[in-house]
Design a protein around this ligand. Structure first.
Ligand code: APR
Length: 249
């Protein structure tokens, strides 16, 4: 792996416009379980039974009981890890411009990245299913499930459920930054869910280098990525930054 760390440091040092695409894997070291693979949420729940908009509309209490147990308590306690902090350091070095994240945990903003596209929305906000008013999750009384808006409408997380569209402005801007970047760091995503997993393809087709950081290979690895650094985000980011300091000094 060592030579790939040097290669990544050289590619990043030579870059004018780095964009990161992140997934649940970058937050696992903050205590938030991933969706797929060992320990993943979908090992214990049927994806289409709790994360599909039709189920939320049909039985909001059921979705909320699982979401609150599985998401709210964990997200409330989670803090950025070295993977998130490494991306902030790349922004401070003037290399990284934008993070496109599939995560809804808000950890990139908490770590300090200033341009974060929340491709699948955010769990930090709730939206009323009747009047569409938004309210911050931490201000919502969760003793009553499902939680309700002042108008008595049912609140739902401001995240993109399966069966829903990616917010058009997020989709449009993500395609734009993916097409404009010269390096895309793809960190902690299984690259299965579309259209998020299309962003590295757009970057590649626009001439960018695509670098994956993941303990496992993904569908991108052999067709799109220039190379995969096998490892956990926190450790790999720390080691890339250590190599980068040698190059930039
Ligand atoms: N560092 C880097 N990568 C990691 C780490 C780690 N410490 N731990 C796990 N991974 C990798 C796994 O190997 C896997 O490839 O992170 C990836 C996690 O994949 P998923 O759980 O599928 O998460 P993600 O790709 O973000 O899922 C996309 O699917 O369920 C929907 O909306 C949800 O945004 C989510 C989308």
């Amino acid at each position: 792996m060592h030579h790939l760390l040097k290669r990544a440091a050289a590619d990043l040092a030579a870059a004018q416009n780095v964009v990161a695409l992140t997934g649940a894997g970058i937050s696992t070291e903050s205590g938030i379980p991933p969706f797929r693979g060992k320990g993943g949420l979908w090992e214990r729940f049927d994806l289409m039974e709790i994360a599909h908009i039709d189920v939320l509309r049909g039985d909001p209490a059921k979705v909320w009981r699982i979401l609150v147990k599985e998401m709210k308590e964990i997200v409330d306690q989670a803090r950025p890890n070295d993977g998130h902090k490494g991306l902030v350091k790349l922004e401070e070095l003037g290399l990284l411009k934008t993070v496109i994240t599939q995560n809804v945990d808000g950890l990139h903003q908490m770590a300090g990245n200033t341009d974060v596209i929340e491709f699948h929305g955010t769990f930090a906000w709730q939206r009323c299913m009747d009047c569409h008013q938004r309210v911050e999750t931490h201000k919502v009384d969760m003793t009553e499930i499902p939680p309700r808006c002042e108008c008595k409408g049912i609140l739902r997380p401001d995240v993109v459920f399966f069966g829903e569209l990616i917010p058009p402005h997020h989709l449009w801007r993500s395609r734009q930054v993916a097409a404009d970047c010269d390096v895309m760091l793809v960190v902690g995503t299984s690259a299965i869910v579309q259209p998020a997993a299309l962003m590295p393809v757009i970057a590649k087709n626009s001439g960018a280098k695509v670098i994956e950081i993941n303990p496992e290979s993904t569908p991108l690895t052999h067709q799109i990525s220039d190379y995969l650094i096998l490892g956990r985000a926190g450790e790999v980011m720390n080691r890339i930054l250590a190599e980068l300091e040698q190059v930039i000094r």
